[in-house]
Design a protein around this ligand. Structure first.
Ligand SMILES: Cc1cc2nc3c(=O)[nH]c(=O)nc-3n(C[C@H](O)[C@H](O)[C@H](O)COP(=O)(O)OP(=O)(O)OC[C@H]3O[C@@H](n4cnc5c(N)ncnc54)[C@H](O)[C@@H]3O)c2cc1C
Length: 504
């Protein structure tokens, strides 16, 4: 029996995290529970965060968003994965597609059989031939997978690339239509209960106060409540992830409209390219210990494939996570909870995780510390598994053309990741440390793409006649190629199903 239910939730911040949090809470709790979101007219949102993981679809489905309406209003495109250029070594090009490399064979992952096949021929066949998502991406094709009667050619998934500002605005309208209230004001003070230390009210610059039972800190990097008031502490991971700066700039859309994000490694970091319907988002993530801001800006502008639409915007960050994301009656969601650089577009996914976990562990007004401990356990595990996956991209480089890449090749890495890499190198096995994070095909795509060739494969893979195995892989490759060839062009598919209006 609920004796002490939360009656008022206050969300601090109106960026992607704030409105992503407000929308499902308004849907599920609106009515008896008041939801107030405070955002400052003077402190802007970060304004980046445009590529997502496939899990965004579960979030959108929970809100029962109209798929085409959402795409049109956020200028979205489909994302089948990430193309990596010049990662591992200059000239390297591979794809981390969303999906597997064919169905398991005799219950064992297909890549072991591919490894056996690869040993029997003079030249390693490209593993991407067996990834539906990668094949479609290469050819700029897109079509929805059919859930009703799944076939091998439907064995892919997708996320979206969208305009961050439009997505937050879309969710703001959604949340406010369901009763969430928006307060514009800058928070300058925080009141706490003298005995418990719980946050009781926020004081705004204009003298207003906003009280509440549960406070959700979506105030971005500053972590206004979680750090500013409650001093949760921050675990700095710069030792393993040296990038600390970014420059972001939009440019004019060019054809074809690619259904994927591109990441191109540079001398001291990497450049993202995110195609949207109305423009292309670009950014350079780098370490200012290894290059200058001016040089990074020049590298970014030199690589644009369309006319720059604005001046590059500078951002700084410290990779890491809050030691505790939930303290007393404050829960940090979004950048206030931590940040791992955007190489695999994981931040919005972490926001989804935090919201889902908070709803699952929904507290009473007394916010039992056991609930906070469970939330913090799950979030730590998710952040750490993402951290390790991102470090892998840098650590496995064979590049030695710059000081930055030599540093990455030689840096220490967490034991958890060292174990994952060595296991794969020795046996082709992938161990997954957090089942709800990146799955086996993602590790295989990155490890193989970065040039790790396992010494062995699963002995079970020897249980099939080699000629039969050749036949199996050849027909699967042809099936995937033919299916991709039949699909519509990504841009044409969007034009037909969810063409966004030209911005005014
Ligand atoms: C370079 C870069 C690239 C990124 N790319 C991706 C990507 O491709 N995919 C992805 O998933 N994520 C990406 N991210 C992360 C993503 O941008 C964020 O996770 C997301 O935008 C959420 O930000 P936020 O809402 O937590 O913070 P913000 O957008 O910073 O919002 C903070 C809010 O708090 C309010 N606020 C702050 N202080 C006060 C105050 N005193 N009073 C009142 N209000 C206040 C502000 O007004 C604002 O509304 C990227 C991040 C960076 C740095």
């Amino acid at each position: 029996m609920q004796l002490n239910p939360i009656r008022k939730i206050v969300i601090v911040g109106g960026g992607t995290a704030g409105w992503m949090t407000a929308a499902p809470l308004a849907l599920q709790l609106g009515g008896p529970c008041e939801i107030v979101l405070v955002e400052s007219p003077d402190i802007g949102t970060i304004g980046v965060g445009e590529a997502t993981l496939p899990t965004i679809r579960y979030y959108n489905d929970l809100l029962q968003l109209d798929h085409a309406d959402f795409i049109r209003k956020t200028q979205a495109t489909f994302k089948l994965g990430i193309e990596f250029k010049d990662w591992g070594h200059i000239g390297n090009r591979f794809f981390h597609g969303f999906g597997d490399f064919g169905p398991p064979i005799n219950g064992r992952p297909a890549h072991h059989y591919w490894l056996r096949l690869a040993r029997s021929v003079a030249r390693m066949p490209d593993l991407e031939n067996w990834s539906m998502a990668s094949r479609m991406a290469r050819e700029n094709k897109f079509m929805m997978p059919t859930d009703a009667q799944p076939r091998i050619t439907d064995a892919f998934t997708f996320g979206y690339q969208f305009d961050a500002g439009l997505y937050a605005a879309y969710l703001r309208d959604y949340a406010m239509a369901r009763g969430a209230k928006r307060v514009e004001g800058t928070i300058t003070g925080v009141d706490q209960h003298p005995e418990t230390g719980f946050v009781t009210a926020l004081r705004l610059a204009d003298g207003r106060t906003i009280d509440g039972d549960l406070f959700i800190d979506c105030s971005g990097f500053r972590g206004l409540l979680i750090e500013g008031t409650l001093k949760a502490g921050y675990e700095d991971w710069s030792e393993h992830l040296p990038c600390n700066s970014a420059l972001a700039v939009p440019c004019a859309r060019v054809e074809p409209l690619t259904p994927y994000t591109r990441s191109t490694a540079k001398g001291s970091g990497w450049i993202w390219r995110i195609p949207l319907q109305h423009r292309t988002g670009n950014g350079h993530v780098y370490s200012n210990a290894f290059t200058t801001d001016d040089q990074a800006r020049q590298d970014l502008l030199d690589g644009l494939d369309g006319k720059a639409l604005d001046e590059p915007r500078q951002l700084r960050f410290v990779t890491g996570r809050r030691k505790k994301s939930w303290v007393k009656n404050v829960v940090a969601i979004g950048l206030s909870g931590g940040f791992v650089e955007p190489l695999e577009s994981t931040s919005i996914g972490l926001i989804e995780t935090a919201i889902a976990k908070l709803v699952e562990l929904w507290p009473d007004r007394d916010c039992r510390p056991e609930l906070a401990a469970e939330f913090n356990r799950v979030m730590s595990s998710r952040y750490e598994s993402i951290r390790d996956f991102i470090i892998l991209h840098y650590k496995l480089t064979k590049r030695d053309d710059t000081e930055f890449w030599r540093h990455c090749a030689n840096m220490t890495i967490p034991d958890s990741l060292a174990h994952q890499i060595e296991l794969f190198r020795a046996t082709g096995r992938v161990t997954i440390l957090d089942r709800d994070s990146f799955a086996e095909p993602s590790f295989v795509a990155m490890l193989v793409g970065l040039g790790v060739v396992p010494e062995r494969y699963d002995p079970f893979a020897d249980g099939i006649d080699l000629r039969q195995l050749h036949g199996h892989f050849a027909s699967l490759r042809d099936l995937i190629a033919q299916a991709a060839a039949r699909m519509p062009d990504h841009g044409a598919y969007l034009d037909r199903n969810a063409k966004a209006p030209k911005p005014a």
